[in-house]
Design a protein around this ligand. Structure first.
Ligand code: ASN
Length: 614
């Protein structure tokens, strides 16, 4: 796979290299890159004077000595450090699981996936490293900005973080990261990674494998073999490796013998907007827990300015005393004066509802039902929504009641057609004598990806709509990992691309050849599709951009203006030299393609003007 990296290939000559024999399906699919942001936490702590505290500049050195987390031989052979720097490590190549191999390529659709990709990961260590009890909203902003800065250079992100406030950071990042298309996974440990018995190694390894292999467009938390949606978790145990619980949502993935992704639960992107991080957060928010006998003066004091948003942790399904007018009056006064109060339950599991008189009084006092949100999620959502300066109070309240990032369950009453309602799947199930739900789902998952790809090929949005109503996931790929978006991008079906992007398709999906929908749209010269994909955040990888020069030169030699325009829209640098050091302009000049030369000169000078703001 060194073939893929020209600079690494060049540097090989200066390394004592031996031949690389990685049996990869294609060079460009051979490596995935993950950025690990180390903020601190127990995972990297050591004992000083009998207490645990973070130790600076020790983590990378420690990992280098752990063969399950770093393959020094591969790093040397591929000049990894020269290319990516000293803080980059690489996981060993996973042994292919024999059961999985025997089951063949349809495994992808059975949600169980193995990989032979190398996960190359770079560690960005914060200074100072923090016990997570010391984290503030400014630290969340810093993490967000670092992800934004590095978004296009990596396939996924892992945040090493202390467990104490990890649920708060995960919730906050889930809201701050708008139009997210790649995985961001928080993890840490209960015991430092340097101890003999520890959970840090497994947690880091699992988080890296998932972040590098799967396009899960969510902020997640990985702990004790489970991947959770980040804004659904809460820390429930100080003394167990199984420290987190996601009481109202099943895990997104489990890492047992196989890594099994529950794609039906994974959040589906619904946007054609680019990723961005909103670091503005409002700090005038708070959590108030009801208890029998709480005085109205306590409540009054808590709700005084500058307080703007409060999560009230109520009893059971969202109840409070209905025989305490003094208390209810304080709440009503606050909501009347513009404080947003969210009603969340103190119970670990379940949702608030207005089924009791003691619950209805809170609605009457102007509180907003928080559904089954965790208090951590509700608090950080308030902080995020209240910082939206261009929104009026009503719009903010509306946003608080909406499900923004999967933090609350939808009201399922009267919801979409369920699988068993679908005639099509039913008929097949009957002929195969299948009846149970799991088998029906397995049939659906096996059949619908190729059907969706076929529909994408002919631009049939209605067929895709029907498949979606069956509960099919339109972002799953076929046996070659080619998703409906890949196919639609090849065919240039702009409307269908738009439809798919609004219904869960990911611009970052790679097929088995390592190609994204953007690569396909560029190859088949569909300008409109390229523009839309770029608007949605699609981009070429660093390696693809580096190697673009050769393609640009061949387009210049053949006088292909359209091709050059499309590469430029797709983000290529038209000055990039090809394999022999010549640029596209030089090639066009040599080949006497005057029109191409004029075009390139015009385009490049226009770009330069833009950069200098002319
Ligand atoms: N106090 C530590 C922290 O939150 C706990 C841990 O990471 N397990 O940073």
């Amino acid at each position: 796979n060194v073939q893929r990296h020209p600079s690494r290939r060049r540097k090989l000559s200066s390394c004592n290299s031996i031949e690389i024999t990685d049996p990869v399906t294609s060079p460009s699919a051979a490596e995935a890159r993950v950025l690990v942001i180390n903020t601190g936490g127990t995972i990297g702590m050591t004992l000083h004077d009998d207490v645990l505290a973070p130790k600076a500049n020790a983590f990378v050195k420690g990992l280098r000595k752990l063969p399950i987390l770093h393959d020094e031989g591969y790093a040397q052979q591929t000049c990894l450090y020269e290319y990516y720097g000293e803080n980059t490590l690489v996981l060993p190549k996973p042994a292919a699981h024999p059961d999985l191999l025997s089951l063949g390529p349809s495994k992808e659709n059975k949600r169980v996936v193995y990989t032979n990709k190398r996960i190359v990961y770079t560690i960005l260590e914060y200074n100072p490293l923090l016990d997570s009890s010391n984290m503030t909203t400014d630290d969340w902003g810093r993490i967000g900005k670092d992800i934004e800065k590095n978004y296009e250079s990596f396939d996924g992100f892992v945040i090493l973080h202390g467990t104490d406030t990890m649920a708060y950071t995960a919730s906050a990042l889930s809201f701050m990261c708008e139009h997210l298309g790649k995985p961001i996974i928080l993890t840490g440990s209960q015991v430092p990674i340097y101890e003999m018995r520890n959970d840090g190694r497994d947690n880091l390894l699992g988080a890296l494998l998932i972040a590098g292999q799967f396009v899960i467009p969510e902020v997640c938390l990985y702990f004790y073999n489970k991947l959770y949606r980040g804004n659904r978790v809460t820390k429930v145990d100080t003394g167990s490796f199984n420290a987190f619980s996601s009481p109202n949502l099943a895990p997104l993935a489990t890492a047992e013998v196989d890594i099994t992704i529950n794609w039906d639960t994974v959040w589906r992107a619904n946007t054609t907007a680019k990723f961005q991080v909103s670091t503005e957060l409002n700090r005038n928010v708070g959590l108030l827990r009801l208890f029998p006998g709480i005085t109205s003066s306590t409540v009054k004091a808590f709700l005084q300015p500058p307080m703007q948003g409060v999560v009230l942790e109520t009893y059971g399904s969202g109840n409070a005393p209905d025989n305490r007018p003094d208390l209810l009056e304080e709440l009503k006064k606050a909501t009347d004066s513009g404080v947003i109060i969210i009603n969340c339950t103190q119970c670990l599991r379940g949702t608030v509802s207005a089924s009791y008189a003691t619950g209805k009084v809170l609605m009457d006092a102007g509180l907003i039902a928080g559904g089954d949100m965790t208090p951590e999620a509700a608090l950080s959502k308030l902080s995020y929504v209240l910082a939206k300066k261009d929104l009026k109070l009503d719009a903010r309240k509306k946003m608080m009641a909406q499900n923004l990032r999967g933090e609350m369950s939808a009201d399922l009453a009267g919801a979409k057609l369920c699988l068993s309602d679908s005639r099509f799947i039913q008929v097949i199930a009957k002929s195969l004598s299948i009846s149970c739900k799991e088998e029906l789902e397995a049939i659906r998952d096996a059949l619908t990806p190729p059907l969706a790809c076929a529909a994408a090929k002919i631009g049939d949005i209605e067929a895709l709509e029907a498949l979606k109503e069956m509960g099919s996931n339109l972002c799953l790929g076929d046996y070659d990992g080619r998703t409906p978006l890949h196919i639609a991008a090849c065919e240039g079906h702009l409307k269908l691309v738009q439809y798919l992007l609004s219904h869960g398709a990911s611009v970052y999906a790679k097929d088995r050849y390592g190609d994204t929908p953007l690569c396909n749209a560029v190859r088949f010269k569909h300008k409109g599709v390229v523009k839309l994909l770029r608007k949605t955040g699609a981009h070429f990888s660093r390696e693809e951009l580096e190697e673009a020069g050769t393609e640009l030169c061949s387009l210049a030699a053949s006088g292909d203006l359209d091709g050059l325009k499309i590469w430029s829209i797709a983000g290529a640098d038209l000055n990039k030299p090809g394999y022999d050091g010549q640029t596209a302009i030089q090639v066009a000049q040599a080949a006497g393609k005057k029109e191409v030369v004029a075009f390139l000169v015009h385009l490049i000078s226009n770009k330069t003007k833009k950069v200098f703001g002319e």
